[in-house]
Design a protein around this ligand. Sequence first.
Ligand code: NIG
Ligand code: FE
Length: 418
Amino acid sequence: MKKIKLIGPFKQLLPMTGLPLRGALQDEELLIIEDGGVLVEDNVIYATGRFTDLMSQAKTLNAELVTLTGDVVCLPGFIDTHTHICFGGSRANDYAMRNAGKSYLEIAKAGGGIWDTVTQTRKASKEQLTTGIVARANRHLRHGVTTIEVKSGYGLSVDEELKMLRAIKTADKNIPASLIPTCLAAHMFPKDYNGTAEEYLSEIATSLFPKLKEEQLTNRVDAFIEESAFSQEVIRPYFEKAVSMGFDITVHADQFSTGGSEIAVEIGAISADHLEASTEKEINLLASSNVIATALPGASMGLGCNYTPGRKILDAGGTLAIASDWNPGSAPMGNLLMQATVFGTFEKLTNLEILAGITTRAAAALKLTDRGSLEVGHLADLTIFPTHDYKEILYQQGMLIPSMVWKEGDLVFNGQKA
Ligand code: NIG
Ligand code: FE
């Protein structure tokens, strides 16, 4: 027997439907249903519309009524397309050293940087990693994030990367949010590897990739293209191998120096993330491709660097997702809405461009066709804020938090005051 329920009324319902994937968006294009409601059938959206209209449908369908009190605004559950929330330890020392003026190299020499997290993550058991992911994902959920991409990349050996991806899979089974795993074995060249970068990548491709398929751990492969990590030339055969095995590609691109977005376009990656160093050339290249540009303002805030040129990317006709990059080093804050709205202030993004970046366009960046907007048949992932006007959600820059979150038709967070 199908279970049908009517949720509402919402002072405003923002289904985020009918929006173009590319280019600039004006707030006037946003569909706002006043006094709206959502009919949910099991885990998916059955209908959206005016609450009073849905009421009569609900009666015929014998639906359960979930009546909300006070002024609330409903949006699709947010999607964070880029995180590293599987890790051991902390890098609070890096943060203090950075702010005291120490360089990347000095921090690495003092035992910090990505390698520090690799050491701490290798020391952690799979269970300890799982516990960390669950806690971070549940915090994200309370902030309205119902789908979270999670990368490996602090293992940097076949076995340690497997441990991370298995922890992500276990965490996914134990939390309401959906986790989308990505293999980032090409995060940096492991200091303890006995061989060249080419040999390391080739070992990962031959020994780890088949295991990822076998255990269904992920269908996504990422790499960090940077002077301190991997060059375009070294990564090309690695990506080609991944593509030939059916993996989707995403790239850490143009964070400090350019080159990453070029290989992303060449290889047909789904997204190129970071782009703080992108120039007009890279902006135009991305905008004329199908690669989704992804801004990671949390890394700009964590490191004190430039923001991704989001305005220019949109004006050039590109598509822009916004993600948190939550990780222990460059982006420890992990507050997607706060970062997206502050980024919007600096980059002069419209409210709709910000919201699309963490809903519809984020879904596209993960190739997810069943969420991101409240279309009929999409997952019933709802984020509900205690306000009369959606503009307050952006204006309060992350300090207005959801009163309710629904995931696939289940109420998974209820912070409503009685
Ligand atoms: O996306 N840029 C490379 N990787 C991460 C940082 C990881 C870390 O510092 O631990 C990022 O910013
Ligand atoms: Fe990252």
